[in-house]
Design a protein around this ligand. Structure first.
Ligand code: TGC
Ligand code: FAD
Length: 390
């Protein structure tokens, strides 16, 4: 039987093109072959499976919507969403690597970079020859990135970068970082910082119980000389990094559903096989309530992200709509992971099944790219016109 039967309760496949379905089965087969058999060990050992980078690149998941002229896959947003769903069915940490590379590193270079920057970096980022990270969050500024303390000082021939970023995915191995800092006029600017620049270090963050197969670290800048050509010329202000987040949050809205589907599939199969009191536990009402609610929530969320994809393809998706979908998908996935884990009883806490790993991973996903609370406040502001952030 197909271990990766995707829940499709409302025949959503009819809304997808043949190309979408081909992309889904290609990514799914790769995840099944290359990721699922090894990812638990990497997570247990808190290691990032670096050897998967070239496979991810070959699938086109680094910058799926970036035009082919720059090495991207030139696909639409639904294709991008499907790719994230299938990767996160394997592991949220691997999807994080793809999100960061495509949406947070390639997208700002594509959208705000000079032609030289696009030519220099995008093809190598698409092929995985170079890996990137995105530095927005700081030790004192997470939800309020506008308060950032990292600075670029204009020294005439170059900029001097000082400050620190924290909780940065891919930082420990990235070749470059798209880093956000305030200039002499307090305006937020984006700069490309390359590994090897003097005064730039990336210490790894250890001891995480979540996203253990993803490498997280700090970015520390001590009088780093940044060549002037490394500034992103075509963006100023907080809307620069926040536009990148729109791209990544869209992918997470689809991705988290992949983790939810894997938990649901696992729990359903287990419930049909596991017998207690002389019959499969799937025959008990309490277990059916869990499964029925899981498939209901997955189906609702699938429709939401599909519609969001249609709007995004049309350039009509608003940031607040993206926030709603990110928030809904992650909450759905986390609730499903928690319920599914219980359905497996003691087996649910082991690494023999993927559920506990998904559950722990999703605790990061519900926090990064805007916390659950922040996305609620974005919806609140959108519907009331009243800002409850400050
Ligand atoms: P606010 O005054 O509302 O906005 C400042 C300027 O930005 C514009 N803007 C946006 N533009 C594009 N997209 C969006 N989503 C935007 N949201 C706001 C806004 O129009 C304004 O433009 P202008 O021209 O008027 O200056 O800003 P605020 O300081 O009140 O903060 C608003 C808030 C809280 C919504 C925002 O800062 C926020 O989203 N906070 C959460 C921070 C966050 O998400 N950090 C993520 C870091 S990266 C990460 O986690 C990667 S995880 C790895 C992985 O992806 O796998
Ligand atoms: P805080 O902002 O301190 O929030 C703490 C609590 O206060 C939260 O519950 C929050 O919801 C609540 N809160 C904050 N403000 C308000 C308010 N106005 N009203 C009500 N409640 C509020 N960042 C990057 O830049 N790049 C990355 O690659 C990256 N990767 C990450 C990887 C991992 C594994 C993790 C855990 C984080 C990553 N982040 C990254 C950082 C992430 O975006 C931040 O953790 C997140 O934005 C929250 O910031 P914070 O942790 O400082 O929490």
């Amino acid at each position: 039987t197909d271990l990766y039967q995707h829940p499709d309760y409302y025949l959503m496949d009819e809304l997808l093109s043949d190309e979408h379905k081909l992309i889904r089965s290609t990514v799914r087969d790769w995840v099944k072959k290359e990721v699922s058999p090894i990812i638990e060990d990497y997570a247990q050992n808190a290691q990032f499976p670096k050897h998967l980078i070239s496979g991810l690149a070959n699938l086109g998941v680094f910058g799926p919507t970036i035009p082919q002229d720059y090495g991207g896959a030139g696909l639409d947003y639904i294709a991008y969403g499907i790719m994230m769903q299938e990767i996160e069915r394997g592991d949220s940490g691997l999807r994080s690597t793809a999100s960061v590379q495509g949406s947070l590193v390639m997208y700002p270079i594509f959208a705000f970079g000079s032609e030289e920057q696009k030519q220099k970096y995008l093809p190598k980022l698409a092929s995985g020859e170079m890996m990137g990270c995105f530095g927005l969050t700081e030790p004192n500024h997470g939800s309020d990135p506008g308060g950032m303390e990292t600075r670029i000082q204009d020294m005439g021939d170059y900029f001097l970068l000082n400050g620190a970023k924290m909780w940065i995915s891919n930082a420990p191995f990235a070749n470059l970082g798209v880093v956000w800092a305030k200039d002499d006029t307090q305006t937020i600017r984006g700069v490309i910082v390359e590994r090897g620049m003097e005064g730039f270090t990336t210490p790894e963050t250890h001891g995480k119980w979540s996203l253990r197969a993803s490498a997280t670290g700090e970015l520390i800048f001590q009088d780093v000389k940044i060549p002037k050509e490394n500034i992103l010329p075509n963006i100023q202000g907080l809307k620069g990094p926040l536009s990148c987040l729109n791209q990544a949050r869209f992918g997470i809205a689809w991705g988290a559903l992949g983790a939810a589907m894997d938990c649901y599939d696992t729990a359903l199969r287990y419930a049909k096989e596991r017998k207690q009191f002389g019959k499969p536990i799937a025959g008990f009402q309490l277990q059916q309530k869990k499964l029925a609610e899981m498939i209901t929530e997955i189906t609702k969320a699938q429709l939401l992200v599909w519609r969001l994809g249609v709007l995004k393809n049309d350039n009509r998706a608003t940031p607040a709509q993206i926030s709603m979908a990110k928030r809904n998908s992650v909450e759905t996935a986390l609730n499903i992971a928690r319920e599914a884990r219980q359905m497996l009883g003691g087996m649910g806490i082991t690494g023999d099944f993927s559920i506990m790993r998904h559950m722990m991973n999703l605790e990061s996903v519900i926090t990064y790219e805007g916390t659950h609370d922040i996305h609620l406040l974005i919806t609140g502001l959108d519907v009331t016109g009243e800002n409850a952030f400050t």
